[in-house]
Design a protein around this ligand. Structure first.
Ligand code: HEC
Length: 145
């Protein structure tokens, strides 16, 4: 019985430490807002060692307005992108995540080297793009706006 108490005590302490270490606050100056800011800077300025293009080359105004591709082809904004992933991509015949799409654009459009999954830079890009969808309804597989 004593052991059980010790185990549940250790477990309770671990749970408390976990919650203490996770910041839910998203106010200015929070770690989350810092990640959003780093992601925004990468979005505007990052070339990822590629051909000199940045995300803004095709997704102007931080991705908040519709984009333009060479040949005057209009593409949707990224304003609800985070709310519609994961989605099925018929070109690769599988479900892809937001990270996968970011990597696709870095490899295919910037000819750059994408940050690793789970890296600070990848998570910052995800944070920034997700921040654009704040308040939008989750619509997994839905249409880009
Ligand atoms: C040469 C133009 C070009 C550049 C540069 C570019 N993209 Fe894209 N991006 C596209 C196109 C075209 C799409 C439309 C989706 C597709 O490829 O099917 C897209 C789609 C996306 C989407 C998904 C939007 C949705 O609603 O489905 C995200 C997220 C995205 N891009 C992020 C980025 C990021 C981050 C960068 C910079 C690292 C970037 N893109 C750079 C052309 C570009």
């Amino acid at each position: 019985m004593r052991n059980m108490k010790t185990i549940s005590g250790v477990f309770a302490a671990a749970v408390m430490m976990f919650f203490a270490s996770v910041s839910y606050a998203a106010g200015p100056g929070s770690s989350l807002e810092k990640s959003v800011a780093v992601g925004k800077a990468l979005f505007i300025h990052g070339t990822f060692g590629g051909n000199g293009r940045t995300c803004e080359t095709c997704h102007p105004a931080g991705g908040t307005v519709p984009g333009k591709m060479p040949g005057n082809i209009t593409i949707p904004s990224l304003s609800n992108a985070a709310a519609i992933y994961p989605r099925f991509n018929p070109r690769v015949n599988k479900v892809i995540t937001l990270e996968d799409q970011i990597r696709n654009c870095i490899i295919g459009a910037l000819h750059g080297k994408p940050p690793a999954y789970g890296s600070i830079r990848m998570n910052a890009l995800v944070s920034y793009i997700t921040s654009l969808s704040r308040g939008k309804p989750m619509e997994m597989g839905g249409k880009p706006q």
